[in-house]
Design a protein around this ligand. Structure first.
Ligand code: FES
Ligand code: FES
Length: 1018
């Protein structure tokens, strides 16, 4: 124990240390700020995320929950100590690299620490033990499966050797930036600030809508020893920014009125000790709450107050795609289904909260922060400061997950303004509540849809209308409103089509880009209705999709003929054996569960308890009478027996997807530069920000094969607006496709130049050496001394810079045209189990088939799929953000290791001529079909149709009861208009429970599984 008056002392990574911090200081603070060990990450400061996991006397604990006084006299081990001295940790780190278990790397140190603690006491854990051990550490990127695999395989064989020159594309190369991630050395936004940086905190609106007035700010600053208080009048340039310039509407600081809870009105800057000690509630501002639109209905009501005076009806923008005649199509149909569907706000929840720092350098300002879009940040900050873009340098830090939310500015305008004004370095890290309160969310959607088919199974019409709540500012609202109508058909031939959308302003947190830009919401609606259509015409749900799957010679709903690279049919067909197997197994399970239902209300059969006479025996006897075959045995082990819960029902669901890579009908080029220095080293200007998806590895793989050299010939120049050409934003699944294509073009151009200088043929081999390039062409070898060549303005003796802008055309008034250069396709199959008493849903397995054109790195592609599945599962079952409530990772649940099922990825490679080596994007695609596949599986299991996601237990129970009370009780809709009227299932009146359901009140719906495991109290 600590004795009063003495510094706190503990053994840190095997060495004694003393801390001058007060005993109540968080251990994470002491480790990071005082002792400089930033490998221990902070994602929440509240014990919810586990990123801060360290060992205290060998046991994993959340460092943010340990007061440093509690560490007095004890042993503390961090990722740095394990990396240095633990063979178990080192082998686990190698396994993480082999398995691709680190993506962004923000959770990785915590995972390694928790995994090492497990392996130190149990070198051969079961999968369940691994999931339990890491259960307290959240990962938003990987979907956990590769992490679990890595822990199980911690002592596995070494990595494959590096591929030969020309064989990098398609190889399962370990992440080139992986070592620093698994060792906790990748510097995130809060990790590398100058020690003397001032600290900035923001004053934010506590109301959804409020006017405000400041009192004497100068007196407040003087009284509190604050360097500066900044408000709107201090913005020297344009107090307005936005990711789509014509719609830019968000102020750095609100003026007169705050339009959403959490909007910034002022910033306080000063030394760390002073600013961190301030009680922000005492800031001299008075608020007057004003009536706010917090729902679509309120904002769209006739005569409603306008959020922005210039946007009539609170409509930011409308989207429209019309093809054929939807009314004629409906009239000619044999089956029509319809419904209204709703989705809520979804929080991105990257484990790294927004963070960074800035400094003024002469007449320039430099910003180092987490971002997905450095050049867009640069341009907007320049406008805010009233300076030229070239006066702003943006250096992206490592990004601890983004998923779209770090496309918009967060800390950057505050940091830049403070550094510019004060001439001193300034840092800022959002708290988790601040991050959740203020950063963009997935758009809530409310969609009315009608779908129609002929009895031969052909879709003949789809009529879609959707409103998307874009919140107080435009952010990516125009993109969502325009992308959804292009995609709402799904990847099918739909000859008669009408999709109309609106992005609608409310006084809520801005909604922006989140993996899919509205397409996942539309898929929740449309893919469920396609199931109902298949049921309505008596067709298998998978075969219905295969029949209607778009082919390369058929027009999309925008009239585009895609030609090569249309892999939806191949994806769906790849699922067929899984579909048939899963359906058989689920049916067998449910048959037996039904038997158990009957038996539950009957006297026990004779012989029960003596090993014979139960329903399983009866089933066995009714078969051949011989012992079960191995296949049967394994299948039967998955079946319920008497005594197991008969209220569990299993179901299987399928859904397809497509996604256009890149901006919709807009130019979005990337530029790549590759140069050879006089010493013979090759520099690759990799400006595609890696937010965990892998561009730091994939782009070099493409460059290596395009140039025809080995991967280790490159020195990577990381994203930096001063050093790397504009590779655009990391968004819309565009980096592999667009930056990858620019890389391929630059690599091939440089190769051609080298071969020309060497007078060598196309097949010649290029071998970079010290101060020379060697070209081997058959029996001839030519050496090109670099010293003989002049250097260009970048210091290169040879270089190539190429841009690629995907071929698109503008859409006409009916949305007809060619919005994307290529589409990715995919389909997911979900196997689930529903507890019909509690309404809980357990996902047992996802089988995911994706057409990625060419898998540049299959391990990284699988990682994207597994991570997308986890987020899709969250969308389907557990995630909904309510502005003003639950702004933390305790109340807002994201999937933990125990929630994510095994994922079987099937990679389909229908090469696109537009993509580099045929490749397409995968980032958004992976999430889109998961939720509708799960929702279709819930219906398959229970007959309940979920029209409002997430399918929380209360909603599932209500939907089951509604289904049981409907005329087609327990079964799917089979007739035209089965759901006419579009009522929401969960709003259906309560009905008397069926024998299979509990009486009201007998069972409380329980939330998704709480996280836990692996942590002990200090
Ligand atoms: S930072 Fe400690 S649990 Fe999140
Ligand atoms: S790799 Fe786990 S949070 Fe990003």
């Amino acid at each position: 124990m600590r004795h009063e008056g003495k510094p706190i002392g503990f053994v840190l990574n095997g060495r004694p240390v003393a801390s001058a911090s007060p005993p109540i200081a968080r251990l994470t603070r002491v480790l990071r700020d005082e002792l400089g060990l930033t490998g221990t990450k902070v994602g929440c400061d509240a014990g919810d995320c586990g990123a801060c996991t360290v060992l205290l006397d060998g046991e994993p604990v959340c460092g943010c929950l340990v007061a440093c006084g509690q560490a007095d006299g004890r042993n503390v081990t961090t990722i740095e100590g394990l990396t240095e001295a633990s063979e178990t940790a080192q082998s686990l780190q190698r396994a993480f690299l082999r398995h691709g278990a680190a993506q962004c790397g923000m959770c990785t140190p915590g995972m390694i620490v928790a995994g090492t603690a497990l392996l130190e006491r149990n070198a051969s854990p079961s999968e369940a033990e691994v999931a339990d051990a890491i259960g307290g550490v959240l990962c938003r990127c990987t979907g956990y499966r590769k992490i679990i695999d890595a822990v199980l395989d911690h002592a596995g064989s070494p990595a494959c050797p590096a591929p030969d020159a020309g064989a990098a594309v398609g190889a399962r190369i370990e992440r080139l930036d992986g070592v620093r991630k698994v060792e906790g050395r990748d510097p995130f936004g809060a990790d590398a600030c100058p020690a003397d940086a001032l600290v900035l905190r923001v004053i934010r609106s506590p109301h959804h809508r409020a006017s405000f007035a400041f009192e004497d700010l100068e007196a407040y600053a003087a009284a509190n020893g604050i360097a500066a208080v900044l408000i709107a009048r201090d913005v020297p340039g344009r107090n307005r920014y936005g990711v789509i310039p014509p719609f830019a509407d968000q102020p750095a600081f609100a003026e007169r009125e705050a339009r959403f809870r959490g909007e910034a009105v002022a910033a306080i800057v000063g030394d760390a000790k002073t600013v961190e000690a301030l009680d922000l509630a005492a800031f001299p501002v008075t608020w007057t709450a004003l009536p706010a639109h917090t729902t679509l209905d309120s904002a769209l009501a006739p005569g409603a107050d306008l959020v922005h005076p210039e946007r009539a009806g609170n409509v930011l923008v409308r989207g429209r795609v019309v093809r054929g005649d939807v009314e004629e199509g409906l009239a000619a149909a044999d089956a029509i289904v319809e419904g209204e569907f709703e989705t809520g706000f979804v929080e991105h929840a990257p484990i790294e909260p927004e963070a960074g720092w800035a400094r003024r350098v002469g007449d320039r300002v430099e910003i180092a922060a987490c971002t997905q879009s450095p050049y867009m940040d640069r341009d907007d900050v320049a406008l805010i400061l009233g300076i030229e873009p070239e006066q702003v340098r943006v250096i992206p830090t490592a990004v601890g997950g983004g998923f779209g939310t770090k496309l918009d500015l967060s800390v950057q305008p505050f940091l830049a303004l403070a550094a510019w004004t004060l001439g001193a370095p300034v840092r800022m890290t959002y708290s988790r509540p601040e991050s959740m309160m203020t950063t963009t969310k997935r758009h809530p959607g409310r969609m009315q849809v009608r779908a129609a088919a002929r009895k031969d199974g052909r879709i003949v019409a789809l009529d879609f209308a959707g409103d998307f709540n874009t919140g107080a500012y435009s952010s990516w609202g125009p993109t969502v409103a325009n992308r959804v109508p292009v995609h709402a058909s799904g990847p099918y031939l739909v000859p008669n089509y009408r999709a109309l959308t609106r992005a609608v302003h409310t006084h809520l947190v801005p909604a922006g880009a989140f993996r899919g830009f509205g397409v996942p919401q539309a898929s929740v609606a449309v893919e469920q209705l396609y199931d109902e259509l298949a049921d309505g015409i008596g067709m298998d749900r998978l075969e219905f999709r295969i029949l209607n799957a778009l082919t390369g010679d058929q027009p999309t709903v925008t009239g585009q003929i895609l030609g090569e690279g249309v892999g939806i049919r191949a994806c769906l067909e790849a699922l067929r054996p899984h579909w048939e197997r899963a359906r058989r197994e689920a049916a067998a399970w449910n048959d037996l569960a039904a038997v158990n239902d009957q038996l539950a209300t009957s006297p026990p059969p004779r012989g029960e308890g003596s090993g014979g006479g139960g329903p399983e025996d009866a089933r066995c006897r009714s078969s051949s009478g011989s012992p079960p075959t191995p296949d049967r045995a394994s299948r039967d082990s998955a079946l319920p027996t008497r005594g197991r819960a008969s209220h569990l029902r299993r179901g299987v669901g399928v859904a397809g997807m497509w996604y256009g890579c890149g901006n919709t009908s807009m130019s979005n080029p990337s530029t790549m530069r590759i140069g050879i220095r006089p010493d013979g080293r090759i520099a690759l200007h990799q400006g595609a920000v890696d937010i965990g998806q892998g561009s730091n590895t994939i782009i070099p793989q493409i460059a290596a094969d395009a140039l025809g050299v080995s991967l280790d010939a490159f020195d990577i120049v990381s994203a930096d607006t001063d050093l790397t050409p504009d590779c655009g934003k990391t968004s819309a699944s565009r980096q592999t496709f667009i930056t990858g294509k620019a890389t391929e073009l630059a690599g091939r151009a440089l190769r051609a130049e080298i071969l020309r200088l060497a007078n060598a043929g196309e097949e010649a081999r290029i071998v970079p050496g010290a101060g020379e390039i060697c070209v081997q062409d058959g029996d001839h070898t030519r050496r090109i001394p670099m010293a003989e060549l002049e250097t260009d303005e970048h210091g290169y003796v040879l270089s190539a810079e190429r841009s690629f802008d995907p071929p698109t055309t503008p859409l006409d008034a009916d949305g007809q045209g060619e919005p994307y250069g290529l589409y990715g396709f995919g389909a997911h199959l979900a196997e689930i189990e529903v507890d019909t008493r509690l309404g809980t849903v357990k996902v047992l397995k996802i089988t995911a088939a994706h057409d990625v054109g060419r898998a540049i790195n299959p391990t990284l592609v699988e990682g994207q799929i597994e991570g997308g599945v986890a987020q899709g599962l969250g969308l389907a079952l557990m995630e909904e953000f309510h502005p003003g409530r639950g702004e933390n990772l305790h109340d807002y649940l994201i999937p933990s290791a125990g929630d994510v099922p095994p994922v079987e990825s099937i990679l389909v490679e229908e090469a696109s001529p537009a993509g580099p080596f045929g490749a397409k994007g995968i980032g958004e695609q992976a999430l889109i079909p998961t939720a509708p596949a799960i929702l279709n599986a819930i219906h398959d299991a229970t007959g309940a149709r979920i029209r409002r996601v997430p399918a929380t237990p209360d909603r599932v129970l209500a939907a089951i009861r509604a289904a049981m009370s409907s005329p087609s009780r327990g079964g799917p809709s089979r007739a035209e208009g089965a759901n006419r009227g579009g009522g929401r299932d969960e709003d259906a009146p309560a009905v008397a429970p069926s024998p299979a359901l509990p009486p009201p009140g007998s069972a409380s719906p329980s939330p998704p599984s709480p996280r836990g495991g692996g942590m002990v109290s200090p």
